[in-house]
Design a protein around this ligand. Structure first.
Ligand code: CNA
Length: 278
């Protein structure tokens, strides 16, 4: 299918066409799918960007392959690389980006239906997006438990351990403690599974800052109704975005594109106000 095919729902496949649709009565529920690219301008490296991504910088951790840092079998043998990474990514060190404030803005305009995030940095919450709109598909640092007996571990103690780069161990069985971040091969959280059907309620899907390579998350992009335009805001083209008549592909840095969209919507001052509050 052609990228150039005529849109069916949108008037134009660009920022003005998108802004017009967002302001129309047809667009009541916006669903977002986001990934590490929305947080890179906060100083948090993503996985796959060449040179700056974590995967190209994990060599010093002596991993058999970069993904091993998120494999439960490897963690069981050697939790040090994960704890090193956790220390670097630990929430609290970073300020939300303008793109995170844009998500909050959608919520203030009563347009945000659900924000599906793959990120574990909790910057959506820090930007003030209501918790009941966020699905942390790959878990977060909010809770943690023993990988053997599953006993939960105290939040404050966990924070001390991660900040001191010390491996936390279960107080009952001495097993290693791991934040409730989804590792490869682990099931996604219940609230992700029960929210998949939210995709059907979307009048607009915005995908930002993700390589769309991690399943099952990536497959959400194909679950919207035929009449739901999909927008990709990313440095590079990913997934099959561009293949449907109402797909809009906006390539570049998300903070800049989101600002251009807000300008077109007349929301730039709102965006700046929200961001200055974070
Ligand atoms: P990824 O595979 O690293 O892809 C990131 C994508 O974002 C790439 O396509 C980049 O080109 C793009 N990108 C990078 N910077 C920008 C920018 N400023 N503007 C627009 N696009 C940009 O990351 P995914 O999220 O797709 O991969 C899924 C993994 C990454 C999830 O399981 C996350 O937990 C994990 N991760 C999370 C964080 C975080 O919480 N901030 C950081 C690193 C990795």
């Amino acid at each position: 299918r052609s990228h150039n095919s005529k849109p069916k729902v949108l008037s134009q496949k660009d920022i003005p066409g998108l802004a017009k649709y967002i302001k129309s009565n047809d667009c009541k529920n916006i669903v977002l799918m986001i990934g590490a690219g929305v947080s890179t301008s906060a100083g948090i490296p993503d996985f796959r960007s060449p040179e700056t991504g974590l995967y190209s910088n994990l060599a010093r951790l002596n991993l058999p392959h970069p993904e091993a840092v998120f494999e439960i079998g490897f963690f069981r043998r050697n939790p040090v690389p994960f704890y090193t990474l956790a220390h670097e990514l630990y929430p609290g060190k970073f300020r939300p980006t303008p793109t995170h404030s844009f998500i909050r803005l959608l919520s203030e305009k009563s347009l945000l239906h659900t924000c599906f995030t793959q990120n574990i940095d909790t910057l959506e919450r820090r930007a003030g997006v209501p918790g009941d709109k966020i699905i942390e598909a790959h878990g977060s640092f909010a809770t943690q438990r023993c990988i053997d007996c599953k006993r939960s571990f105290d939040d404050a103690k966990m924070k001390e351990h991660i900040l001191a780069k010390k491996i936390a161990r279960c107080e009952r069985c001495n097993g290693y403690v791991k934040p409730d971040i989804v590792f490869f091969g682990e099931q996604l959280p219940d609230n992700f599974l029960s929210s998949i059907s939210n995709m059907l309620e979307a009048d607009l899907l915005i995908i930002m800052g993700t390589s769309l390579t991690v399943q099952p998350f990536a497959s959400l992009a194909d679950m919207v109704k035929d009449t739901c335009p999909r927008v990709l805001i990313n440095i590079d083209r990913v997934g099959n975005l561009g293949s449907m008549p109402d797909d809009v592909v906006l390539l570049g840095k998300c903070d800049e594109i989101v600002r251009d969209l807000c300008k077109e919507l007349g929301w730039e001052e709102d965006l700046d106000r929200l961001w200055s509050e974070t």
